[in-house]
Design a protein around this ligand. Structure first.
Ligand SMILES: [Zn+2]
Length: 218
């Protein structure tokens, strides 16, 4: 049993051609339509972990869709596509960025959470965690967790490492704070034996075509 996890950042009609982390909306729509037409089941993060842990049966063609950095395009462009297909997804949120010009507002975050998006911890300020000492790492993770629990009322026990950057101290801090899962960036699928604090995600870049996407999820 293997589950692909996808990672997107910005998705919009007119991505900056020089920024590989911005994805074209029409390509994203084609990918979601492809998942829909090919019988894939999008999971919530809890469902994904339950399947990996053997606590729930795997649905047909499971896939987990995640977004990082709580950018404002999510409400405008991504939510309508997810809603059209009844798809679940997670949004890993940098708490200091909430309300910035290019990010979702606190109201937006509550709204997407109410519509079933998993709003989860991506630190306070998006640092390179491995460059911080243990107290610094702990503050970045614990503070963001507290802020998000207060904002959307969801227990914060799932994390994504900014830049996929972490070290053994980060893992220690996550264990101490009671986190049960954390995502890295890596071209691999999750299996029951994948370490839960190093779960891989395929990062979608602007240059990736539908063929690349199909290879990631197949
Ligand atoms: Zn990020």
């Amino acid at each position: 049993m293997e589950i692909p996890v996808l990672l997107y950042h910005v998705v919009k009609p007119d991505p900056d051609p020089g920024n590989d982390y911005q994805y074209r909306l029409d390509e994203f729509e084609r990918q979601m339509a492809w998942l829909h037409e090919n019988g894939y089941t999008t999971l919530s993060v809890d469902e994904y972990l339950d399947v990996l842990d053997g606590k729930a049966p795997a649905p047909a063609k499971p896939v987990l869709i995640t977004f990082d950095d709580n950018t404002a395009d999510f409400t405008e462009y991504v939510m309508p596509v997810l809603t059209r297909y009844g798809m679940k997804a997670a949004q890993f949120t940098v708490t200091d960025w909430i309300g910035n010009r290019l990010n979702m507002s606190a109201e937006d975050m509550k709204e997407i959470a109410a519509r079933g998006i998993d709003v989860l911890n991506h630190t306070v300020s998006h640092p390179m965690l491995a460059e911080l000492d243990k107290a610094g790492q702990r503050e970045e993770i614990a503070e963001a967790g507290r802020a998000l629990e207060a904002l959307v009322g969801r227990k914060q026990d799932v994390f994504a490492y900014p830049y996929g950057n972490y070290n053994e101290v980060t893992i220690e801090v996550l264990r101490e704070l009671g986190y049960r899962a954390a995502f890295i960036v890596s071209d691999a699928k999750s299996t029951p034996s994948t370490p839960r604090l190093e779960l891989p995600r395929y990062c979608l870049l602007q240059r990736h075509t539908l063929d690349d996407f199909v290879r990631m999820v197949s």
